[in-house]
Design a protein around this ligand. Structure first.
Ligand code: NDP
Length: 316
C-alpha cells in the first residue's frame, strides 16, 4: 500500500503507533516498525539518559524508520530535542505545545516533523510552522486530550479541509474498519494507541493491560479540564476527583489530589485504584493482548476486508 504517509515515513503501511508515556519504549516501537508500521517511542515519561538508551536500543532492534514523541510540556524537552538530533532519529512527533517552538530546528537538522492537534485551528498553525504532517486526535483518545471535545468523526474532515499536509487520524481507532472510515473522512493514515497498550511489547504493567481488555463501555471519562484534560479509567482516584468536583474544588485542590507520578503508579506500576489509567474509549472493544506485529497484520487485514465489503456495495 502506498500513499503520502507511506512515502513521507518510508514505511509499508500508513499505520502509526502512538507515543504513550509508560507504554511505548524501544521494544514496542521497534516491533511496530519491523511489522511495517511506524513505531514511536513515547519520551514524555523518560529522563534524558533513558531516552538516549531507548533510541539506541531501537536502532539496534530495527533498520526501519521509527519516531520519538516529544510532548512540549515535558520538563526536559530541550535535552530530548538535542538527543533526537544527535542520534539522527528520522521522525519526531511533537505534541502538547506550540509547533513553532521546535519545528524549524528539527527540520534544519533533517528531521521529519509531525505535530498532534485537536482542532483545525491548531492544524493550520502547525502547517504554518512547517510541519510535514499532522495527527488529528479526537475526543475518544486516551491520555491528554483537546479542550473542545471534538470527536474524530468531526475533527478529521475539518482538519483535512484546513491543511494541505498529510493528515493522520487518531482517537477511537483500533481496528481496520475504523482505519478505513478515517481514510474515507480524508485521513492519509491512522494512529493507534490503546490497541498497542494491549501488546506484549508495551511496557505497561500486565495488570493494567488485563484491566484494559476487561473494560466495558463507559469505563473511560475525560477529566481535569482545568489542568490538562485527560481521558482515563474510572477507579478510586477518579472517584476522589469526582467528589472534589461535586464540592466545587478549585485548581489548587485538584492539583493536590493529582499529586506527582500518578500515571507511572497506574500504568507502569499497576496500581489500578490510586494510579492514573490513561486509555481511549475504544478500550471497550479490545479483548486480548497480542504481539505488536500481529496487531499490525490484523488491522491491515481487517482494513482490506472492510474495503472489499464496501466495494461490494458499489451498485447502491
Ligand atoms: P508528573 O509531573 O505527575 O510526574 C512526572 C513523571 O515523569 C514521573 O513519574 C517521573 O518519573 C517522570 N519523568 C520523566 N522525565 C522527567 C523529568 N525530566 N523531570 C521530572 N519527571 C520526569 O507527570 P505525568 O506523569 O502526568 O506526566 C509525565 C510527562 O508525560 C509530562 O511531561 C506530561 O506532560 C507528559 N505526557 C503526558 C501524557 C498524558 O497523556 N498524560 C501524554 C504525553 C506526555 P519518576 O517518577 O521516575 O521520577
Amino acid at each position: 500500500m502506498s500513499n503520502r504517509i507511506t512515502s513521507l515515513f518510508g514505511v509499508r503501511y500508513p499505520l502509526v503507533q502512538a507515543g504513550m508515556i509508560w507504554n511505548s519504549g524501544w521494544r514496542l516501537a521497534s516491533a511496530v516498525s519491523n511489522a511495517g508500521g511506524l513505531g514511536v517511542i513515547g519520551s514524555g515519561s523518560m529522563y534524558p539518559q533513558v531516552l538516549l538508551e531507548h533510541v539506541r536500543k531501537c536502532k539496534a532492534a530495527t533498520n526501519k524508520p521509527f519516531a520519538v514523541n516529544i510532548p512540549m510540556l515535558y520538563p526536559a524537552v530541550e535535552e530530548h530535542i538535542a538527543t533526537v538530533i544527535a542520534e539522527q532519529v528520522p521522525i519526531v512527533v511533537t505534541s502538547a505545545g506550540n509547533p513553532a517552538t521546535w519545528t524549524a530546528k528539527l527540520k534544519d537538522a533533517g528531521v521529519t516533523v509531525v505535530h498532534v492537534v485537536a482542532s483545525a485551528k491548531f492544524a493550520r498553525k502547525a502547517e504554518q510552522a512547517g510541519v510535514d504532517a499532522v495527527v488529528a486526535e479526537g475526543f475518544e483518545a486516551g491520555g491528554h486530550n483537546g479542550r473542545e471535545e471534538t470527536t474524530t468523526l468531526v475533527l478529521v474532515p475539518l482538519v483535512r479541509d484546513a491543511v494541505q499536509v498529510p493528515v493522520i487520524a487518531a482517537g477511537g481507532i483500533a481496528h481496520g474498519r475504523a482505519m478505513l472510515a478515517a481514510m474515507a473522512l480524508g485521513a492519509d493514515g491512522v494512529q493507534l494507541g490503546s490497541r498497542f497498550v494491549c501488546s506484549e511489547e508495551s511496557s505497561a504493567h500486565p495488570a493494567f493491560k488485563q484491566h484494559v481488555v476487561q473494560s466495558q463501555e463507559g469505563d473511560t471519562l475525560l477529566t481535569l479540564k482545568e489542568l490538562a484534560p485527560v481521558r482515563l479509567m474510572r477507579n478510586a482516584f477518579y472517584e476522589e476527583l469526582r467528589q472534589a468536583y461535586a464540592r466545587c474544588a478549585g485548581i489548587e485542590e485538584l492539583k493536590q489530589i493529582l499529586g506527582r507520578a500518578r500515571a507511572k503508579r497506574g500504568m507502569f506500576e499497576g496500581d489500578l485504584e490510586q494510579g492514573e489509567l490513561e486509555i481511549g474509549q475504544v478500550a471497550a472493544a479490545l479483548h486480548e493482548v497480542l504481539p505488536a506485529a500481529q496487531i499490525v497484520e490484523r488491522v491491515m487485514q481487517e482494513f482490506r476486508q472492510a474495503r472489499l465489503q464496501l466495494a461490494a456495495m458499489e451498485s447502491l
